[in-house]
Design a protein around this ligand. Structure first.
Ligand SMILES: NC(=O)c1ccc[n+]([C@@H]2O[C@H](COP(=O)([O-])OP(=O)(O)OC[C@H]3O[C@@H](n4cnc5c(N)ncnc54)[C@H](OP(=O)(O)O)[C@@H]3O)[C@@H](O)[C@H]2O)c1
Length: 350
């Protein structure tokens, strides 16, 4: 473990829903120095980070799509929040010695092909760098589950359920990939949702590892509920009869025992009744001796001024990644997970 006595040089990779919250936090921290911003969209190239993050004064750092130029800045870390992650990009960053903290479909890397996992491991070795994935769910929810299991003499199952109306999460790409607005009878839809949500299986495997359960298999089950009317969400439509509710779990098994489950009970729009009532939060259950249960709610503080609450969920997703930067920079090279790092905390506002 190494600790640096200067602000960490950080680059922000994309500034979408989550990335712009991460960028805002980086600009505001005195233990981090924003040195670069990567933009996927050509329209953002050349724009000051302050404008992209909604920060009041210019930073003098402008977005670029030139990866070599970003690497030449010799950043300590990259907060990596693209819509779709790229192994090629990750390898370039890691082998150049840039530690990566990702919200983009990465917890253990277990869903990647063995070849891609090997590429990542080799890149970390070459660059003496570390990759870490986190977020709200997966991420914080799994951490809370693992911590709660510490109250039990015996753990039978850790089960995490995101039980929310996700209409306010305005990422049409992500939502369509999860089945919403599609014909529920689309051949292969369940398999496509399994693949798209496979990072939850990675987080289930991480929790199993944490409690010392050696998994024999991972499975996925899902129920699609059709909408009973049309919903116009602005950023996408959920027409009547198309998928308006998706409930599913990635489950890890030891023999016939389901020991870890990570899933979702999601609806979008007004016209759907989910198989189980929504709890408007992350339901974390540990079954064992004793049973433990909590629901995480992400709520507005008194000084919240944005219209709507989507931004809160985005901050909740971004911060477990951004706040991990110091611990990830200090970690051993390679793939690390929440199970390996010291607790990741937020920063006192001062
Ligand atoms: N663990 C969790 O709790 C959790 C929760 C929600 C989301 N996530 C993940 O976090 C990541 C970011 O989510 P988001 O809601 O911020 O996504 P988003 O706003 O829809 O997209 C993020 C950025 O990705 C870039 N982008 C757009 N099209 C792309 C493409 N075809 N290939 C690569 N990049 C593209 C754009 O960058 P520019 O802005 O630079 O043009 C965009 O702003 C996703 O991978 C998502 O699955 C994790």
């Amino acid at each position: 473990m190494t600790t640096l006595d200067r602000p960490l040089r950080v680059i922000q990779w994309t500034t979408g829903n989550i990335g712009k919250r991460s960028l805002h936090a980086i600009i505001g921290r005195d233990d981090m120095e924003l040195v670069g911003v990567y933009a996927h969209g050509a329209d953002k190239v050349g724009t000051d980070a302050a404008e992209l993050a909604g920060w009041p004064e210019p930073t003098g750092v402008t977005a670029t799509n030139d990866i070599d130029a970003l690497i030449a800045l010799r950043p300590d870390a990259c907060c990596y929040n693209p819509l779709w992650p790229s192994i090629d990009e990750l390898v370039r960053l890691l082998e150049a010695g840039v530690n990566v903290c990702s919200s983009a479909a990465w917890i253990t890397g277990g869903k990647q092909t063995p070849e891609d996992q090997e590429r990542i491991r080799k890149a970390c070795e070459k660059g003496n760098s570390t990759i870490f994935g986190n977020g709200a769910h997966p991420g914080m929810t799994n951490m809370v589950g693992m911590v709660l299991s510490g109250s039990c003499e015996r753990v039978d199952e850790i089960r995490i359920t995101e039980s929310v109306d996700c209409s306010t999460y305005e990422s049409a790409g992500t939502q369509t990939a999860m089945g919403f607005s599609q014909d529920p009878d689309t051949p292969g839809l369940a398999e496509s949702v399994r693949r798209e949500s496979e990072v939850f299986a990675e987080s289930a495997a991480m929790m199993a590892d944490a409690i010392g359960a050696k998994l024999d298999k991972l499975t996925f089950d899902v129920t699609f509920t059709p909408a009973t009317g049309d919903s116009d969400l602005g950023f996408m439509q959920i027409p009547e009869g198309t998928v308006g509710g998706v409930m599913g779990y990635h489950r890890g098994w030891v023999g016939e025992k389901n020991v870890v489950s990570v899933g979702f009970n999601w609806i979008m729009g007004r016209h759907v009744t989910p198989p189980k009532p929504l709890e408007h939060g992350h339901v974390v259950q540990v079954f064992g001796l004793p049973n433990m249960r909590t629901v995480l709610h992400c709520l507005p503080p008194k000084d919240w001024t944005e219209p709507g609450f989507m931004g809160l969920g985005m901050i909740y997703t971004a911060m477990p990644v951004t706040n991990a930067v110091p611990a990830v920079v200090a970690a051993e090279p390679g793939i690390v997970t929440l199970k390996d790092l010291p607790p990741i905390t937020g920063r006192y506002a001062g």
